[in-house]
Design a protein. Structure first.
Length: 95
């Protein structure tokens, strides 16, 4: 795994997110982290992926903390105003 390449997939347990995460893991070039809102069983989790269950529409501080350590972000959630606002605030705070 290459150091310095850390991908965050917000919504990484959804239909598109899961496919993206599997492909990123196969590349072996990235540390992959996923933020998801709903519980994910251990059976559903992809080996080598860091999973964080969090509702980002409610938590700016968590999102700011994790965004500060990533180099690439994929936002694949169903957009709503709270998610977009918190995402933009977190990006601004972390850089």
């Amino acid at each position: 795994m290459k150091e310095g390449k850390h991908v965050l997939v917000i919504g990484g347990t959804g239909f598109l997110g899961e496919k993206l995460v599997k492909n990123l893991v196969r590349l072996e070039d990235f540390i992959v982290s996923v933020i998801h809102r709903n519980p994910v069983s251990d059976i559903e989790k992809i080996q080598g992926v860091n999973y964080f269950q969090e509702d980002i529409s409610l938590s700016v501080s968590f999102l700011t903390q994790i965004i500060s350590s990533v180099t690439h972000i994929f936002l694949l959630t169903q957009p709503n105003k709270a998610i977009i606002d918190n995402f933009l605030i977190s990006v601004a705070r972390s850089h």
